[in-house]
Design a protein around this ligand. Structure first.
Ligand SMILES: *Cc1c(COP(=O)(O)O)cnc(C)c1O
Length: 387
């Protein structure tokens, strides 16, 4: 595809690794553990509600900010799980978390501003930062625990810092930031009067450690936009129903951009997601329980195959180092793996751009374990052939 007409600020972002790896997986018949989408459907009640809404005639434009039932359900969910007081008027429903991120960055950042993100990052962060005209500053997360160096974080802040894009539980590393780490981010954001955008799409997927929304830290609700999505929580990544909430002025700014990106979407899906957010505690506990078993299954197989495995504390991804098997470069490993053993994964270094970030992620690849147990078992069997 020729992209010679593309505006210059977007030229670094013309292809995504997922398309390439998916094509490679198809060509080689490999099990695709590259892209992170579940291979089973979400709760039956959610699917039935959505189907009933479609046949029941809920098919025209919903209100721009989202249907009231969903905005109320998001507020109730934040109160129920985190004790966060959220006014439904300050909840904006978006086309997935992706549009929430895009709208927040494009409405609040511009040329001359700096945006801080932890590296490796979710791939839309650098793209949206570039589109906004702002400059991305990154802080590397390093193995084995993918924590950050407090001094490096401190040094990344400046008088130009406008926003911190925070993702915890973290894709791709599986890190879950603890209270101490969040407090340092909060303190620095406050000191520099920066906005925190907290991407919490994996909020219900943690193992052994709690997910702490940064908005629950003292004084942080007034400078934090919190984002989540039905896609990950309810295993409906194709629905693209997300949301963002925070202080009225920040949400109003975000809404101003969002209304011209998509205006609105998902009329029959929004009320179904609203009902699902009220599912009993057993449902939410079950998400982590089920994923924990899958994490063990795939991690054990990867270890057995000879990789160094970095046990994730959250998300449905596990990152491994290929060096014990002779792979110095995760990029080469990801491209060879489908042919070598019939399993596909993604290199982690594509989610980094600074020299330090690329160096820290160079030998790493990411596998997704949000797949049926029989698929993971088959993948583990194939990986065993690598030795
Ligand atoms: C999947 C994902 C998103 C995008 O969520 P959608 O609701 O599908 O748009 C955003 N951030 C992170 C970290 C993700 O992994």
């Amino acid at each position: 595809m020729s992209v010679t007409m593309l505006v210059e600020r977007m030229t670094p972002f013309t292809s995504t690794i997922f398309a390439e790896i998916t094509q490679l997986a198809v060509d080689t018949g490999a099990i695709n553990l590259g892209q992170g989408f579940p291979d089973t459907d979400g709760p039956a009640s959610l699917l039935a509600d959505a189907a009933a809404n479609i046949t029941g005639g809920i098919n025209q434009y919903p209100p721009g900010p989202g249907v009231p039932a969903l905005r109320e359900a998001v507020a109730a969910h934040q109160q129920r799980f985190y004790g966060l007081e959220v006014d439904p008027a300050d909840v904006l429903v978006t086309v997935g978390a992706t549009e929430a991120i895009a709208s927040a960055v494009l409405s609040l950042c511009s040329a001359g501003d700096e945006v801080i993100a932890f590296e490796p990052y979710y791939d839309s962060y650098p793209a949206m930062t570039a589109l906004s005209g702002a400059t991305l500053r990154t802080v590397p997360l390093r193995a084995p625990d993918f924590s950050f160096d407090p001094d490096e974080l401190r040094a990344t802040f400046s008088a130009r810092t406008r926003m911190v894009l925070l993702n915890s539980p973290h894709n791709p590393t599986g890190a879950v930031f603890d209270r101490e780490q969040l407090q340092l981010i909060a303190d620095l954001a406050t000191e520099h009067d920066a906005i925190v955008v907290a991407d919490e799409v994996y909020e219900h997927m943690t193992f052994d450690v709690p997910h702490i929304p940064i908005a629950t830290l003292p004084g942080m609700a007034e400078r934090t936009l919190t984002i989540s999505s039905a896609g990950k929580t309810f295993s409906v990544t194709g629905w693209k129903i997300g949301w963002i909430h925070g202080p009225s002025e920040l949400v109003a700014a975000t809404r101003a951009v969002k209304q011209f990106l998509s205006y609105t979407a998902g009329a029959p899906l929004q009320p179904a997601v609203a009902a699902a957010l009220g599912l009993p505690d057993e449902f939410y506990a079950g998400i982590a329980t089920s994923l924990r078993g899958k994490r063990e299954l795939l991690s054990a197989g990867l270890r057995e195959a000879g990789f160094t495995v970095y046990q994730p504390r959250g998300t449905y991804f596990v990152v491994v180092d290929g060096r014990p098997l002779g792979f110095e470069d995760g990029y080469k490993l990801a491209y060879d793996l489908p042919t070598l053993c019939g399993v596909a994964a993604v290199p982690v270094s594509v989610f980094a751009s600074s020299p330090e970030g690329v160096e820290a992620t160079r030998p790493l690849v990411r596998f997704a374990f949000c797949k049926r147990d029989e698929v993971l078992t088959e993948a583990v069997g194939r990986l065993a052939g690598l030795r």
